[in-house]
Design a protein around this ligand. Structure first.
Ligand code: GRF
Length: 207
C-alpha cells in the first residue's frame, strides 16, 4: 500500500479526483492517510471529512515565526508517515527541510506545460491570465516532483489543452482542470504506486 498525504489550500477538486480514482480502482494499492490544509475554510477539508479521511489544518498565520510553522508542518507530515506527499492546489511554500526529508517523494500539479508559465508568482488563476495575455494556442498541466526550486523538479506527466478564442482565465482554468489535471494527477499517483516511476539525473523514466 502506498500511503499518501495530500496537501491542499482551496476547493480540493484535485483531491476529489484522487479520492474517486482510488474508489474506482484507477489508482491501485493506495491509501490517503492525511489531508493537510493551511486554510481552515478550504472546501477540500469538507471533502476529506465526507470521505472519512483524517485531516489537519495548521495555518502559518497562527505561528509567531515561519520557522515555527515549518517545524509544525514537518511534524504533521512525519506523524502521518506517508510514502508520498501530493501537493494538490497547495499554496504553502514547502520548507527546504521537508523537501530534503522527502526527496523525490513529493509531487505537485501545476496548471501549465512547464517550463511555460511557471515559477514565482505563477499560481492559481494568474497562470491562465498569463497564458491568455501571451496568446498561446496550447496550454495544459504538469505533474512533477518537487525540488528546492519553484516548479523546477523532474517532470512526470504532462497533458496539453487547446486554448479557444473566447476563453477567459476562469473558463480556461476549468478546462485545464477537467481535461488535464484531474486525469494526470491520479495517473501519476497510480504509476508511483505500481513502482513504475524512476528518477535519474533529474529526469523521470516510466518503466
Ligand atoms: C489547480 O488549478 C491546481 O493546478 C492549482 O490550484 C488549483 C487547485 O484546485 N495549483 P483544487 O483546489 O484542486 O480545486
Amino acid at each position: 500500500m502506498l500511503r499518501i498525504a495530500v496537501c491542499v489550500s482551496g476547493g480540493g477538486t484535485n483531491l476529489q479526483a484522487i479520492i474517486d480514482a482510488i474508489k474506482d480502482g484507477n489508482i491501485k494499492n493506495t491509501e490517503i492517510v492525511l489531508v493537510y490544509s493551511n486554510n481552515p475554510n478550504a472546501y477540500a477539508l469538507e471533502r476529506a471529512k465526507n470521505a472519512g479521511i483524517p485531516s489537519k489544518c495548521i495555518s502559518p498565520k497562527s505561528f509567531e515565526t515561519r520557522e515555527l510553522f515549518n517545524e509544525a508542518f514537518l511534524n504533521t507530515l512525519e506523524e502521518a508517515n506517508p510514502d508520498l506527499i501530493v501537493l494538490a492546489g497547495c499554496l504553502v511554500v514547502i520548507p527546504k527541510k521537508v523537501v530534503s526529508k522527502f526527496k523525490n517523494r513529493i509531487i505537485n500539479i501545476h496548471p501549465s506545460l512547464i517550463p511555460s508559465f511557471c515559477g514565482t508568482g505563477f499560481y492559481g488563476i494568474h497562470v491562465h491570465e498569463k497564458a491568455l495575455e501571451r496568446g498561446v494556442r496550447v496550454t495544459g498541466a504538469t505533474v512533477h516532483f518537487v525540488d528546492e526550486g519553484t516548479d523546477t523538479g523532474p517532470i512526470i506527466l504532462q497533458k496539453a489543452v487547446m486554448i479557444k478564442q473566447d476563453d477567459t482565465p476562469k473558463i480556461l482554468q476549468q478546462r485545464v482542470m477537467e481535461e488535464a489535471e484531474w486525469k494526470i494527477l491520479p495517473e501519476a499517483i497510480n504509476l508511483i504506486a505500481q513502482g513504475k516511476v524512476r528518477v535519474e539525473d533529474r529526469k523521470v523514466y516510466i518503466d
